[in-house]
Design a protein. Structure first.
Length: 271
C-alpha cells in the first residue's frame, strides 16, 4: 500500500469510530497527579506519537491502557464500547499488546519459541509441536519482514532490527489490533531504524493502530500521523505531523504553547 493510499484510508477512518479512546483519564501517586484529565484517541491504521519530557505523564497514561496501572478516573473505549482494563490480561483480551524498549525477549530461544512462550502449541500426545509453531512463525514473519531467514538461531544472535521484528511478530501473532511501542528505535543504527519504519508501515496497512512513545522527534515525524504532547500530566494538544514543524512541537513540549493547527488540551498555555 502506498503512502497516498494510506493517507486516504486514514482520512476515511477519521469519519468513523476510534479504535481506542481514553477519556478524562486521571491517576495519582501519593497525592501527586501523574495524569490529569487526559483524553487521547487512535484510529485503525494510524500511528499516534506521544511526546513530552520525562515525567510528563505519557508513559503512565499508556500503562493505564496496557493494564499495568489502574486509573482513578476516566473511561476507556475500544471500537466505541466502554471497557474495563484493570490488568494486562484485560488489555490483551481487548487486542492490546505492548512492545517495551527492552523487547522482553528470551535471548537463548529462537524466534518461534519467543512467539509462543507461555502459549506453546502441543501435539495430540501432549508434546511441544515445534513444527506447527515454526510454520506459524514463518507465516507471521513473512507478512512483516519477508527477508527474515534466521529462524533457528537464538534471538541474542540477531540484529536490533531483527529482534524488533520478532517482538512485533509475537504481539500480532495473537491478533493484536492495538500496539504500544516504547522507544522502538532506541539504540538502533540508521539501517535498522529504517527497517523498523518499514515494519510499522506494514502494520498500518493491516489496520493496526499504534501508540508510539519516543524522544526522537525525527522518528516521530517519519512514522506518526499525529502527535499528542503532554506536560505535567496534562495534554497540551494534538496535531497532525503534516501540519506542524519540529520547532512548533518543541514549543508544545517545552512551553506548552499550541500552534494554530493543533487541537489544544487542558495543559495548553493560555494565550
Amino acid at each position: 500500500m502506498t503512502n497516498t493510499s494510506n493517507s486516504v484510508a486514514a482520512a476515511d477512518q477519521k469519519a468513523g469510530t476510534p479504535l481506542v479512546e481514553m477519556r478524562e483519564i486521571s491517576i495519582a501517586f501519593g497525592g501527586i497527579k501523574a495524569v490529569d484529565h487526559a483524553t487521547i484517541d487512535l484510529y485503525p491504521g494510524e500511528v499516534v506519537g506521544l511526546l513530552g519530557h520525562n515525567g510528563a505523564g505519557k508513559t503512565t497514561l499508556i500503562k493505564v491502557l496496557s493494564g499495568a496501572y489502574q486509573r482513578d478516573a476516566g473511561s476507556i473505549h475500544i471500537n466505541g464500547e466502554q471497557v474495563d482494563i484493570n490488568n494486562p490480561r484485560d488489555a490483551k483480551a481487548q487486542g492490546i499488546e505492548t512492545i517495551y524498549q527492552n523487547l522482553a525477549l528470551a535471548d537463548n530461544l529462537d524466534a518461534a519459541a519467543n512467539l509462543y512462550i507461555g502459549r506453546e502449541l502441543k501435539t495430540k500426545f501432549g508434546t511441544l509441536d515445534d513444527v506447527a509453531m515454526e510454520a506459524a512463525t514463518r507465516g507471521v514473519m513473512g507478512r512483516l519482514n519477508p527477508n527474515f531467514r534466521r529462524f533457528k538461531e537464538p534471538v541474542k544472535a540477531l540484529s536490533g532490527g531483527q529482534r524488533q521484528s520478532v517482538a512485533i511478530a509475537r504481539a500480532i501473532n495473537f491478533n493484536a489490533r492495538i500496539l504500544i511501542m516504547d522507544e522502538p528505535t532506541a539504540a538502533l543504527g540508521p539501517a535498522e531504524t529504517a527497517q523498523v519504519g518499514e515494519l510499522i508501515k506494514q502494520l498500518k496497512s493491516e489496520g493496526i493502530g499504534i501508540f508510539l512513545i519516543s524522544h526522537d522527534l525525527h522518528d516521530v515525524f517519519d512514522l506518526a500521523d499525529r502527535v499528542t504532547v503532554m506536560k505535567n500530566g496534562r495534554v497540551v494538544g494534538t496535531v497532525k505531523t503534516s501540519e506542524v514543524t519540529h520547532d512548533e512541537v518543541l514549543g508544545m513540549i517545552i512551553a506548552g504553547k499550541c500552534p494554530p493547527s493543533a487541537i489544544p488540551g487542558p495543559g495548553a498555555l493560555a494565550h
